[in-house]
Design a protein around this ligand. Structure first.
Ligand code: 13P
Ligand code: SF4
Length: 314
């Protein structure tokens, strides 16, 4: 049983180990509140990539999912990058392996695709791409893509369609999706809107077209903070993973945040994001393991499109 005393003890151990390891704790917005509260930085994939690149700590301890920790290693290879649970994957990453993308590009060589990969993918996929994007900068990255080449957008079909709707740029889309965000449906959203008729709806671009169409704003997790703060509406329905509510409620305390229901349950949780716990965080700092290790050839190839993204979005 985890008691308050145990938790306080665990937190002290984490703080001590962090000091001993000269570690920086980077945390994604979907982590449980108690991990967010210990972070040196909490944010979205883009903010976390910048933080990972700029840190002068010796160790990066990354609480998010595996591709995020891998990105930290790609941009800052001199650092030891550890994560609490090596099995914290992502359904988008799983939907497009490096081998599948490589075969597809070979079969379609004559098209000379400019490949834009959403950051939710493996190092191997990044290494095969021309530019990376996140939900926070996807519009900018696609706008900046060469006009004389067709774009292949991988792996998220929903983010890809949203970008096409917003930019008017036609792209070929890989058919991947986030298993969490596709659980929101037109019906589940209409139901909650009926309950809170004066509320606005803010959703993540990984949601389906039907849900995006019902939204007042579609944006990355980081942008949800500023949008909610500036909104005149008191009631705000949030259609994204429920870890986001912790930050929203902390940073915008005068608003009432309502988790959008999915078709099957009252709120949505990413099982990969929730694999991280305070115990595992303490253990990975103690053992400096699991550690992200990458083949140098893949790392170097994957670093170039990430660097392009960071330059384009700064
Ligand atoms: P953000 O970059 O908006 O934080 O999104 C990451 C993610 O995994 C969304 O499901
Ligand atoms: Fe991947 Fe979806 Fe989880 Fe984000 S919420 S990490 S896209 S499975």
């Amino acid at each position: 049983m985890v008691t308050t005393k145990n938790t306080a003890n665990l937190k002290d151990q984490i703080l001590d180990l962090k000091k001993q390891r000269n570690a920086v704790l980077l945390v994604h917005n979907y982590q449980v509140g108690e991990i967010q509260d210990m972070a040196d930085y909490v944010g979205d994939s883009l903010g976390l990539a910048y933080q990972a690149k700029e840190t002068d700590a010796d160790t990066i301890v990354f609480c998010g999912v595996h591709f995020m920790a891998e990105t930290a290693k790609i941009v800052n290879p001199q650092k030891t990058v550890i994560l609490p649970d090596v099995n914290a994957g992502c359904s988008l990453e799983q939907s497009c392996s490096g081998d599948q993308l490589e075969s597809f590009l070979k079969e379609n060589e004559e098209k000379d695709y400019y490949v834009i990969a959403y950051i939710n993918c493996s190092a191997h996929v990044k290494a095969l791409s021309d530019c990376i994007c996140t939900s926070g900068n996807a519009l900018k990255i696609v706008d900046a893509a060469p006009k004389d080449r067709p774009i292949l957008f991988v792996p998220d079909q929903n983010l890809g369609s949203w970008v096409m709707e917003q930019t008017g740029r036609k792209m070929d889309l890989w058919q991947g999706s986030c298993y969490v965000h596709v659980e929101y449906t037109r019906e589940s959203i209409l139901k909650i809107r009926e309950e809170y008729p004066d509320a606005i709806l803010v959703s993540h671009p990984e949601c389906t077209y039907a849900v995006r169409m019902l939204s007042d704003e579609v944006c990355s997790t980081e942008k949800m903070i500023g949008y909610s703060r500036d909104s005149k509406s008191k009631n705000i329905i949030i259609a994204t993973e429920n870890g986001m509510l912790h930050r929203l409620r902390n940073e915008v305390p005068d608003k009432n945040f309502i988790p959008a229901p999915t078709q099957n349950c009252a709120c949505s949780e990413c099982r990969f994001m929730k694999m991280n716990t305070l115990e595992k965080l303490r253990d990975c700092l103690l053992n400096l393991s699991p550690e992200v290790v990458l083949q140098e050839e893949i790392r170097v190839k994957a670093a170039a499109p990430i660097q392009r993204m960071l330059e384009l979005s700064s």
